[in-house]
Design a protein around this ligand. Structure first.
Ligand code: HDE
Length: 688
């Protein structure tokens, strides 16, 4: 199904209907200028004679070129590279007891959403699979106005106070003297920041973990990070944290694969999302909330206002409250994905802020940044940013104003217009800020309760499986191995020593500095199993399998496998040396999807070597085929083959004994075990 046909998916959705008014289709239309004048010629500028100079009078040339000259806008200062999709959200049961937010009351209501995923550090043209935090920003187009949940795929942040954000960002962006490196934290200034701002210790552990190299946007969790507040219709408030839980589970790439992908397909994540939606494999997330009663604010060993802390799910359970489905790709990247403007301050009645000092600063930054990025104060009028409910106020004029406000009155209070538009009472839906009592002296200080930088870094470490711990250790060795300053490396190892001595020793050994002695690591012994990806959902749906085959392949076996995979929602592609259709040994032709030149094992979740003696022997003679299988194996992916295909596996250095993890030799065409192996995602028991 092509979901870009707006008459199909989401046609009933109010946002989609609103956008219809702005969608343009050129089919069967004549070429015109922006003034609507039909153009008779679009190849040659107007000249004085065929070899003469171009004339100033050529309004068509001037208009076309001027528009082109101004096609770019500044990219986002952070989260520049992103990709988005439309969808809808539904609540499972009324949340009335906790919040009066309209979109969280009625399970029969579907609220339109637009979600943008992003990397943080890289510029707009950088690779998708770099080691980085991923943005996960959701705009809910509710009947009470737009609500933006502007989160990340990691539940904590580097810093505790917004004043430090420009410093943090300057440290991880390319270094200012030479603009190197692009989209990477593996350089001196970032690690210098980490070493000298130890509140980052917890986030540092997450950033070095597999969470920072997701397999797909569809397989990431999302987190609101800050503590927000739910307020119900009785005016009662509760502290809350938001979670998005992907139905497909949380899965990651391996580091070597992530790096190769950055070259083989820098668009890997956006293409994955786009194709899944085009195919009808709509990604889904469940919305969860953790809630802490106000009376319990001080009953935890972390401060609920500290954005460098999680609320362990085992301590504060996540209540699953609804589901989001992404079911439509944007029609136009620039108009929608690039121009969408999120802001954590876009709230609806029933959702309020807390005094988290990071959140408080964000409430300023997001509107401010759109002024230069989107060129003025009217960016709310851009179609993707418009609420689906009416909006009226006395704000006027400014760059690119589209609304035509009628009448002479543009002020409050007035008598000439009957005092319209007039403020709404709380009962009429007017937003009333939660009446939190605040008092204090004006100080530039951090609360004592924010000063424990290491306990939760240790909690995270304690929660990791052995394999995840190895990955973190290697990630530190990689990142710090790229740092030139020995002093910075040494300082970072000291920070790590405050988390875990053994980790610090292993990192130190890998980067040529001495493991510090006498630093006492955090004594935290708690772990949170929910933080380990080992405990995630493991299912085969939407995985991608490469089937290597050449002339003479076993046709019956391949078509049987293709059907079995399809029945499990797995996509398979036939890969061969050329795009010329291949013939099975039974004499039937099969279309080839990719060649061994255009594809690569890193683009797939698993590989299968088709049977058929001629096919296997041809593949054995092609270097790219053995490399393909070898890489899939060394990236711990499921590897399958027919009995004949095992010859290629052996040539590729794959262990084929019956107990080799995730290596499946299909017996009698039964693919169940292979599908199980694909569902496992990775086979860490393999020694490579
Ligand atoms: Fe952002 N952030 N941020 N951020 N952020 C932006 O807004 C900022 C923070 C997040 O897809 C900018 O429109 C400050 C935390 C996402 O369009 C900017 C601070 C979290 C996106 C900005 C933070 C986020 C942004 C850049 C510290 C997770 C992309 C362009 C006080 C909860 C949204 C823009 C999209 C984007 C400022 C910290 C998430 C400059 C000052 C914590 C997902 O306004």
């Amino acid at each position: 199904m092509n979901n870009n046909d707006s008459s199909k998916n989401g046609a009933e959705n109010k946002k989609n209907k609103q956008l219809n008014a702005f969608r343009v289709n050129n089919k069967g239309k004549k070429l015109t200028t922006n003034q609507g004048l039909k153009v008779s010629e679009d190849e040659h500028s107007l000249k004085a004679g065929v070899r003469g100079p171009t004339l100033m009078e050529d309004f068509h040339f001037r208009e076309k070129m001027t528009h082109f000259d101004h096609e770019r806008i500044p990219e986002r200062i952070v989260h520049a590279r992103g990709y988005a999709a439309h969808g809808e959200f539904e609540v499972y049961e009324s949340m009335k007891e906790y919040t009066k937010a309209g979109f969280l009351q009625d399970p029969s209501v579907k609220t339109p959403v637009f979600v943008r995923f992003s990397t943080v550090a890289g510029s707009r043209g950088s690779g998708d699979t770099v080691r980085d935090v991923r943005g996960f920003a959701t705009k809910f187009y509710t009947e009470e106005g737009n609500y933006d949940l502007v989160g990340n795929n990691i539940p904590v942040f580097f810093i505790q106070d917004a004043l430090k954000f420009p410093d943090l960002v300057h440290s991880f962006k390319p270094e200012q003297n030479n603009e190197i490196p692009q989209a990477s934290t593996a350089h001196d200034t970032f690690w210098d920041f980490i070493a000298n701002n130890t509140e980052s210790a917890h986030m540092m552990m997450w950033a070095m973990s597999d969470r920072a190299i997701p397999r797909s946007y569809r397989m990431m969790e999302g987190f609101g990070v800050h503590t927000f507040r739910f307020v119900n219709d009785k005016g009662e408030g509760r502290f809350i944290k938001f979670h998005w839980k992907p139905k497909l589970g949380v899965h990651s790439l391996v580091w070597d694969e992530a790096q190769r992908l950055a070259g083989k397909n820098p668009d890997f994540h956006r293409q994955d999302l786009y194709e899944a939606i085009e195919k009808g494999d709509y990604p889904e997330w469940e919305l969860g909330v953790q809630m802490i009663e106000e009376k319990d604010e001080f009953n935890f060993n972390f401060d609920v206002l500290d954005p460098t802390k999680v609320w362990p799910e085992e301590q504060v359970p996540v209540k699953i409250v609804g589901k989001m489905t992404l079911n439509k790709n944007p029609d136009n990247y620039f108009a929608e994905t690039e121009q969408v403007a999120f802001h954590p301050g876009h709230v609806v009645p029933g959702i309020d802020f807390t005094n988290d000092p990071l959140l408080q600063g964000r409430l300023f930054s997001y509107t401010d940044t759109q002024l230069s990025r989107l060129g003025g104060p009217n960016f709310h009028e851009i179609p993707i940013n418009r609420p689906v409910c009416p909006f009226h106020n006395n704000q006027r004029e400014g760059m690119h104003r589209m609304t035509i406000n009628q009448g002479p009155v543009a002020y409050h209070k007035n008598s000439l217009d009957n005092n319209d538009p007039s403020p709404a009472t709380e009962e009429e839906g007017g937003y009333v800020h939660y009446q939190e009592k605040v008092e204090g002296r004006k100080v530039r200080q951090r609360s004592e309760s924010f000063k424990d930088h290491y306990s939760q870094a240790k909690l995270f470490w304690n929660s990791m499986s052995d394999v995840e711990k190895q990955h973190i250790t290697k990630a530190f060795r990689f990142e710090l191995g790229k740092v030139k300053s020995k002093s910075v490396k040494q300082q970072v190892v000291e920070v790590i020593s405050h988390v875990d001595t053994a980790l610090a020793e292993q990192v130190a050994a890998g980067i040529g500095v001495t493991a510090p002695e006498g630093i006492e690591p955090s004594r935290e012994t708690m772990s949170s199993p929910a933080l380990s990806q080992e405990n995630t959902v493991k299912a085969p749906a939407t995985r991608k399998v490469a089937i290597l085959a050449e002339d003479g392949f076993n046709g019956e076996e391949v078509s049987g496998l293709q059907t079995a995979l399809k029945n499990q929602g797995i996509t398979s592609e036939i890969i061969s040396e050329t795009l010329t259709p291949i013939s099975s040994r039974e004499g039937q032709e099969l279309q080839v999807d990719q060649t061994l030149l255009t594809s690569d094992s890193v683009l797939y979740d698993a590989v299968y070597v088709a049977g058929g003696a001629d096919s296997v022997s041809t593949l054995k003679g092609i270097k790219e085929a053995t490399t393909f299988v070898n890489e899939a194996y060394s990236h711990y992916k499921a590897v399958g083959a027919s009995a004949e295909g095992t010859e290629l596996l052996a040539a590729a250095g794959v262990e084929t004994s019956s107990n080799a993890a995730g290596v499946v030799i299909l017996q009698g065409g039964n693919s169940d075990e292979f599908i199980q192996a694909i569902a496992q995602h990775r086979h860490w028991a393999r020694q490579v």
